[in-house]
Design a protein around this ligand. Structure first.
Ligand code: M6R
Length: 610
């Protein structure tokens, strides 16, 4: 949930910390801080707020000539956003930054307090620092003390640590939370993810559970839990520094909306074989596997869960596989009864969402085959699932997901097609039509929708005057409505509810009054008439209706209403076009309201706490 970074080498460490932290801000932005070795002493500069606040503080308290430092950007869990709760935390000889949660911190804090430790903050992180310091006081060995303290801590953590008396050395360990080790021309790094290090290097090693790292300017050694030392097996990322920059767009969210046509092509094309049929062999999934799948349980959070709802429609309608969708944080506590032949599909853009990871582990512990749909490569969920399908959306920086969700939906569509084809529910021609539509019609439809900025702007101008908004739709459009409402809420802070169009009249319609904005999505031909009736119901109660609707309507829409017409070159094209429209409407609304679009309040991109 937080972002951590560390460096040791021959270059000035401070600019590297600042650059890396500015990229990592998407993981949390309640406070920020660095600890750097200056003349063999560790100096900490930290504050509530964002990177700009730290820059200002560093002007007053400059750190000179440091070649070894750690840094942190925080999403508050234990203790509110404040200077004193900001990381790094120092206790005795130990200064550290932390991403994760120490679940047994209260017990540890109590026993350390008994030993005389006086805590300055409310964080679990300071407890971790005190614990490692306590172990270090006994062993005098940094690696041994990290190992011993790790054994005593429950929960998830990635730490970057400096020890007094070990100049030029950064130590790190991970369990549950992600951590990357990297090698550059002028030194070695750790970071929560590779995007933070792209300005410096492309060579990385994704640390495995419980591995401890000891970095010095001359090298990085990994220490396994049994004490064995190994050299990292370096890999080279294909990401570029540009892929984690705005590239001329005013916001990452806008850039990422515009990247969707290409992202869908990248996600779909490796899964189409020379005959134009769906084929996941390049992911190590042979057609015979799909035939073994008798039921599917999709588990995810937030937008990824909404993508799962789109998947549910396709898997049941097209592939005829009974499917259900669970919110990951609920799944473990009320797991469904899964029959023989079940497959659990977890979906996660970041590949690190703690609730989704816990659900995945639950499924594995219970012997259920698992498949992960993940965007960020080499992440914990991708690694731990039995099978994985990457979405190839590229780095997604905006907290509100757009291309991540879009590519998840496209991959689910391909999976439904693959199952339907291998089980004989659809023939070659039908399967080819689906792959062609995802590869050609969908990107074209999204492109077309990207040209309607003025229309979205006009709709947004109305929305900003209201506190409550409704999205309604039936079937697939109800699933899209849920995503639409989440997008609008999370970035514009306008309350928005998604309703199954036919359900509104069973109570909630009492909230509709003259002027209430209701946005109705209608991508399904078969549901057009029914949804039209529901639109009439709200319209007759004074609602201001916006239609996001197929362009082949039998009767032209009321000219008094705002209408966004969706291309109908294929079923998939219409759905992805609607998706683009709802994303753009949310974006324009937040823009007009002057919201912090890429960093909405209270949120973080990667939710690594349960
Ligand atoms: O990284 P994940 O896909 O696992 O994240 C799941 C949700 O936290 C995420 O989709 C969240 O709902 C987004 N902020 C929505 O835009």
């Amino acid at each position: 949930m937080c972002g951590i970074i560390g460096y040791t080498g021959t270059a000035n460490a401070i600019p590297k910390m600042m650059k890396g932290l500015s990229v990592l801000e998407y993981r949390g932005y309640d406070s920020v801080g660095i600890a750097a070795q200056e003349n063999s002493k560790t100096k900490i500069v930290k504050c509530k707020g964002r990177i700009g606040a730290l820059e200002e503080k560093l002007r007053d308290q400059p750190i000179e000539g440091s070649h070894c430092a750690i840094g942190h950007t925080r999403w508050a869990t234990h203790g509110g956003p404040s200077d004193k709760n900001a990381h790094p935390h120092r206790v005795g000889a130990v200064t550290l930054v932390h991403n994760g949660i120490i679940e047994n911190y209260k017990d540890l804090r109590a026993s350390l307090a008994e030993k005389g430790v006086i805590f300055q903050s409310e964080t679990d992180t300071e407890v971790a620092a005190a614990l490692i310091n306590d172990c270090f006081a006994q062993s005098g060995d940094p690696v041994a003390s990290i190992r011993e303290a790790s054994e005593k801590m429950k929960g998830a953590f990635a730490f970057g640590i400096l020890f007094e008396g070990y100049p030029g050395e950064v130590f790190a360990v991970r369990r549950g939370s992600p951590l990357i080790l990297a090698r550059g021309k002028d030194g070695y790094y750790i970071a929560s993810d590779m995007t933070a290090l792209l300005p410096f290097t492309k060579e990385y090693y994704a640390l495995k559970e419980n591995q401890i790292v000891r970095l010095s300017p001359g090298g990085g050694r990994i220490v396994l839990s049994d004490g064995t030392k190994i050299a990292p097996q370096w890999e080279t990322t294909t990401m570029t520094p540009e892929s984690a920059q705005k590239g001329g767009y005013s916001h990452f969210m806008l850039k990422e909306i515009h990247e969707q046509p290409g992202a869908v092509v990248k996600s779909v094309s490796p899964r189409i074989n020379a005959d134009g049929l769906p084929d996941f062999s390049s992911d190590g999934i042979e057609p015979a596997f799909w035939q073994t799948v008798k039921s599917i349980q999709i588990v995810a959070c937030g937008s990824a869960m909404h993508a799962g709802l789109v998947g549910l429609r396709l898997l049941e309608d097209l592939a005829k596989v009974p499917t259900s969708v669970s919110i990951a944080s609920e799944f473990r506590y009320h797991p469904p009864i899964l029959p023989e032949g079940s497959l659990v599909i977890v979906i996660s853009q970041s590949g690190e969402t703690a609730d989704t990871l816990a659900a995945l582990r639950y499924a594995k512990e219970n012997g259920i085959p698992t498949l992960a749909i993940v965007n960020a490569v080499e992440t914990t969920i991708a690694r731990e699932a039995d099978r994985r399908i990457y979405t190839f959306a590229g780095p997604e920086i905006a907290v509100a997901t757009t291309k991540g969700y879009c590519t998840q939906a496209s991959v689910l569509w391909m999976i439904a097609a693959a199952i339907a084809h291998t089980t004989g529910r659809i023939d070659d021609a039908q399967a080819k039509a689906i792959t062609r539509s995802l590869l050609c019609d969908v990107p074209a439809a999204i492109e077309q929708m990207l040209t309607l900025e003025n229309r979205y702007h006009k709709i947004a101008r109305n929305l900003i005057n209201h506190e409550h908004v409704f999205y309604i739709g039936r079937g697939m459009d109800y699933a899209l409505s849920m995503e639409a409402a989440l997008k609008l809420k999370e970035i514009s802070y306008i309350h928005c509810e998604a309703y199954a169009a036919g359900e509104l009249k069973h109570g909630t319609i009492s909230l509709v009054e003259p002027g209430t904005p209701v946005l109705a999505i209608c991508t399904e031909q078969a549901l057009l008439e029914k949804t039209e009736s529901n639109i009439r119901e709200v319209r007759s109660r004074g609602a201001q209706v916006t239609l996001i609707v197929r362009d082949d309507l039998p009767t032209p829409p009321d000219p008094a209403e705002e209408v966004i017409l969706l291309p109908t070159s294929s079923e998939a094209a219409t759905v992805f076009a609607a998706l683009t429209a709802i994303q753009y409407i949310a974006y324009e609304t937040a823009l007009l309201l002057g919201c912090d679009i890429d960093r909405p309040r209270n949120l973080a991109k990667s939710v690594t706490v349960e």
